[in-house]
Ligand binder design. Structure first.
Ligand code: F6R
Ligand code: MG
Ligand code: MG
Length: 364
């Protein structure tokens, strides 16, 4: 069994919240290379999506392993030190705890991990998003694993025809529930159609029970009790064979669905699929974007990445995202561009309300 761990944090932006400084990536590479030399990691890859530092690691220690989480935490802490020296923006933004306490999950960083028996050939796509929140994968995961209009394999591939089971988390009430698809898609959509509260955590093959996808569900605002930046989630998807083909896994992103995030984490905007080099959300701190790093995992080694959205086949999605983004932007401070009051990450409402208290009078 090997474990693939993706642990990420925004430890400082360059410039503002738009991107990452190359020195931060180089420092994280150094730290993980040391851990690999010491035998803790089989392999690793350091990358970024916008202002988020992404640590992609393979090892044999299983999920939620203290040593792996400690390594990620220490790497973020050391990176924060460098970010401070460089004067990067929001240095240490996502490190919400003063000291490591066993598992980074409730400490700010986003985590997606899966342990599995490696197949002879193991194609995996890791999606990473910036300027959006953890429910952003709900619609894409639904399409990949439950929608025959996206994934023809559900209809014509005998090893996928039985369907998949979805683990859905209620992140406000800390509860989870399982759904079997296709039978229960109507029930499931009641929940996952509300991605600010119900988030798809993982997807498994129904007959083999094998893990197909895992997402990060950490909700920064809930952990901190206040706004500290968007979750900027990640998602790991295994492909081919009993799972959707690589092209079926990428296909949902040909439609830039509206997600929450963008400027001040308080707006709806289209999720634009981009090449890694274009993951620098600038216009109105966005629009939100997603990158896809493809790997073949071989004996735990990460062969790759291939930059999967670096393909003219996604040009039209990018164009549509710009059109949809422009359309949303024209609403300025009005809903439904701006999030509803209780979903906004920034608000002046209590202060303004207090100031105007005496001026509200009853309607006749
Ligand atoms: C959204 C995001 C940015 C910031 C905005 C204000 O997730 O990171 O849009 O919210 O740039 O940032 P501060 O409050 O740090 O000045
Ligand atoms: Mg940031
Ligand atoms: Mg970010």
């Amino acid at each position: 069994m090997i474990t693939l761990s993706v642990i990420k944090a925004d430890i400082g932006g360059y410039v503002g919240h738009s991107s990452s400084h190359p020195d931060i990536l180089a420092k994280a590479e150094e730290d993980l290379a040391k851990a690999q030399r010491e035998g803790l990691l089989i392999d690793f890859h350091v990358t970024r999506c916008g202002d988020d530092l992404q640590l992609i690691m393979t090892h044999e220690l299983g999920e939620n392993n203290t040593r792996i989480h400690q390594l990620a935490w220490d790497t973020f802490v050391a990176g924060t030190e460098l970010a401070r020296q460089l004067g990067l923006y929001g240095a240490g933004q996502d490190l919400l705890a003063d000291a490591f306490s066993g598992n980074v999950k409730a400490m700010g960083p986003g985590v997606a991990e899966m342990m599995f028996e490696q197949r002879t050939s193991e194609p995996v796509v890791i999606f990473m998003a910036d300027k959006t929140s953890s429910g952003a994968w709900n619609m894409p995961l639904y399409k990949m694993f439950a929608d025959p209009f996206n994934t023809i394999g559900l209809v014509i591939a005998p090893n996928m025809h039985e369907g998949f089971s979805f683990e859905v988390h209620d992140i406000k009430d800390s509860k989870k529930v399982m759904f079997s698809t296709p039978e229960e898609i109507y029930d499931m959509l009641v929940f996952i159609g509300a991605p600010s509260r119900y988030v798809v955590k993982s997807v498994r093959h129904r007959t083999t029970g094998n893990i197909g996808a895992v997402s990060s569900t950490q909700k920064l605002a809930l952990i901190a009790g206040r706004y500290v930046g968007k979750d900027d989630p990640v998602c790991i998807v295994r492909c081919q064979g009993e799972f959707p083909a690589v092209g079926e896994v990428l296909e949902p992103f040909s439609h830039p669905n509206l997600v929450e995030g963008w400027m001040r984490g308080s707006h709806y905007g289209p999720l634009m699929p981009v090449a890694l080099r274009d993951s620098n959300p600038s216009r109105f701190d966005g629009p939100p974007r997603v990158i896809a790093a493809g790997f073949q995992i071989s004996k735990g080694k990460l062969v790759g990445p291939r930059d999967m959205f670096d393909d003219p086949g996604f040009d039209e999605a990018r164009r549509q995202a710009n059109i949809a983004g422009e359309y949303m932007r024209r609403h300025g401070p009005f809903e439904p561009h701006r999030l509803p009051l209780d979903e906004m990450e920034y608000t002046t409402m209590p202060g303004v309300m207090k100031k105007l208290q005496g001026r509200f009078t009853n309607l006749d």
